[in-house]
Design a protein around this ligand. Sequence first.
Ligand SMILES: Nc1ncnc2c1ncn2[C@@H]1O[C@H](COP(=O)(O)OP(=O)(O)OP(=O)(O)O)[C@@H](O)[C@H]1O
Ligand SMILES: [Mg+2]
Length: 237
Amino acid sequence: MNERHDTGSSAAMVEVRAVSKVYSLGKQSVMALDAVSLTVGRGEFMALAGPSGSGKSTLLNLIGCIDTPTSGSILIAGQDIGGRTPDELSDLRLNTLGFVFQTFNLLPVLSAWENVEYPLLQKAGMSKETRDERVRHYLGVVGLEHYTHHRPNELSGGQRQRVAIARALATRPSIVLADEPTANLDHKTGAGILNLMKSLNQEEGTTFIFSTHDPRVMEMASRLVRLADGQIIGQGM
Ligand SMILES: Nc1ncnc2c1ncn2[C@@H]1O[C@H](COP(=O)(O)OP(=O)(O)OP(=O)(O)O)[C@@H](O)[C@H]1O
Ligand SMILES: [Mg+2]
């Protein structure tokens, strides 16, 4: 199907072109994003900042194919994701995109190992050996090799977020989208998570786009994009 997803030669990993998103709530409508355009290069480590309600999660959800724009278009690795079938989008989510959520979103009844393994079970044709190797590798990368049998409620917040990062990375995505990945962590743990993300960015070349309210986290980004009222009001660094 989408053979091009990991091999696109264009330098842009993500292109957001004049994207607007309007949410309707009864008779009211909210312009969550207002004609936002943004290009994210391969290998960037990009932070999205802005006040609560400025549209950060909306933008991440649209790039992540979790939601669809009201108007405008989004290209991932050179492919326009508009008009894709649900199967093609789930293929893209499985093979190209990884997510890390503020609240971790781990499955509570599964162990750390099983949580990381879960998306890999959806990969048709992946052998058990390859799967085990991947899970072991990424749990090791995040420093949880001794916690494989622990369930989320037997792990600290930082450890849970590390499981979530291992799960996001295990499918070897080209892009990791992280919505306030450190918001529920104390500063020291959050800094550890950010350092981990940064080293994966540098060592594996994975593109990261993450939202944050924390100025110390913004400082670690290679680029900072500021949103306000659904519009980009500044880019730089
Ligand atoms: N499902 C929804 N239905 C209706 N309105 C929504 C929905 N999701 C978001 N909104 C509205 O869209 C705007 C942008 O919300 P969004 O969640 O993207 O902001 P945010 O920058 O992520 O904020 P925060 O920092 O609080 O997470 C807000 O006004 C919000 O109320
Ligand atoms: Mg948000």
